[in-house]
Design a protein around this ligand. Structure first.
Ligand code: SF4
Length: 347
């Protein structure tokens, strides 16, 4: 098991559950917009938020943002020890830095001293674009260079007494991401932040992240995660939740089972399945809901569902645990089924 690292009011690692992270897409100094985005992310289920710190305005904005949000705030800084110190002094709960790119030993010590003085944690990570030269020369772009580079950064901080560290080793390739985290988890007990970097636009990013993070999580690797998707970060949070559910690490949700439909389907089951999924997307109650295209196989195939619906041409049957309990006109199916679902959720 990994060790536990405190980030604001929560813990990463040590069997505390996999924490979902995302990152703001607006400039940090635009405090109102940042806070609005964090609020939307929190509503979706985000547990840790990261913001970029590009200049002194961004660093100073952290204080104002912290006053208006509840979740832990991570400041992401590259190339500047001065900005890292400013972000820490402004009240961030964790910093994301690469000790190798903040200007040498003296600056590493400066930032490490500040991290310890404020009792915060730090994420050190390598990705395929930031592997230290010496490891790149030795191993090329590989899991070995990713891991050695990240652990080298960890060692630079440990030297100055920093031990509340989370590590990441990201690539945009699924096999490389998987291999790197497997290797890293065999080399350290620090908690790991898992993710596929620059995973792409929605559909491709979903598939890549599901493949890599799903495989890692099934092996028990990963203490916090981000699904990187180009665009609205709220989608990252819903995607992360879906991955945790798919691998059995979150059971408190409404699982919508729907058949792909085939030539037997003579009603709007696919459209209803979409509506039901949207209706229950924030439900935290463990429920199984089935939307099946036909009565021939529907109730039998979804026998374990708490509630389900299957249709013929004009009529739909609503069933519970595979047993038919009501028949409704297909035109009323959506209204009646959503009413039943609301009843179960609010029961
Ligand atoms: S439940 Fe019916 S409509 Fe859906 S895939 Fe199976 S046979 Fe086809």
């Amino acid at each position: 098991m990994t060790r536990r690292v405190k980030v604001g009011g929560i813990y990463i690692g040590g069997g505390e559950g996999v924490k979902i992270q995302s990152m703001c897409t607006v400039k940090t100094s635009r405090v109102d917009e940042v806070c609005a985005q964090i609020s939307a992310l929190e509503g979706a289920g985000c547990e840790i938020i990261r913001v970029s710190v590009l200049d002194e305005e961004d660093a100073a904005a952290i204080k104002a943002i912290k006053e208006r949000i509840r979740m832990p705030l991570v400041a992401d800084i590259h190339f500047s020890a001065k900005l890292a110190v400013a972000a820490i002094e402004a009240g961030c709960d964790k910093v994301r830095i690469n000790p190798g790119n903040i200007g040498g030993e003296q600056n590493v010590k400066l930032v490490a001293d500040c991290i310890r003085a404020h009792g915060i944690s730090v994420r050190v990570g390598s990705n395929t674009g930031s592997i230290e030269k010496q490891f790149l020369q030795k191993y090329g772009v590989s899991e070995y260079s990713l891991v050695e580079s990240a652990l080298h950064g960890v060692g630079m901080l440990e030297k100055y007494g920093v031990h509340d560290i989370v590590i990441s080793v990201k690539a945009s390739s699924v096999p490389l991401t998987f291999a790197a985290y497997k290797l890293l988890s065999s080399r350290t007990d620090y908690p790991l932040h898992i993710g596929v970097t620059e995973a792409g636009t929605y559909e491709g990013a979903l598939v890549k992240s599901s493949a890599a993070l799903g495989a890692l999580l099934l092996e028990g690797i990963g203490d916090t995660m981000r699904v990187s998707i180009t665009g609205d970060p709220v989608r990252e949070v819903y995607a992360a939740k879906q991955i945790l559910r798919a691998v059995g690490l979150d059971r408190n949700f409404a699982d919508v089972i729907s058949c792909p439909t085939c030539g037997r389907c003579q009603w709007h089951s696919a459209a209803l399945a979409e509506k039901v999924s949207d209706r229950v997307k924030d439900c935290k109650k463990p429920l199984k809901i089935a939307v099946m295209g036909c009565v021939v196989n529907g109730p039998g195939e979804a026998a374990e569902a708490d509630i389900g619906i299957a249709g013929a041409k004009d009529r739909c049957v609503i069933f519970k645990k595979g047993v038919v309990c009501r028949t409704v006109d297909a035109r009323d199916a959506e209204r009646e089924f959503l009413k039943e679902i609301d009843g179960l959720i609010n029961d």
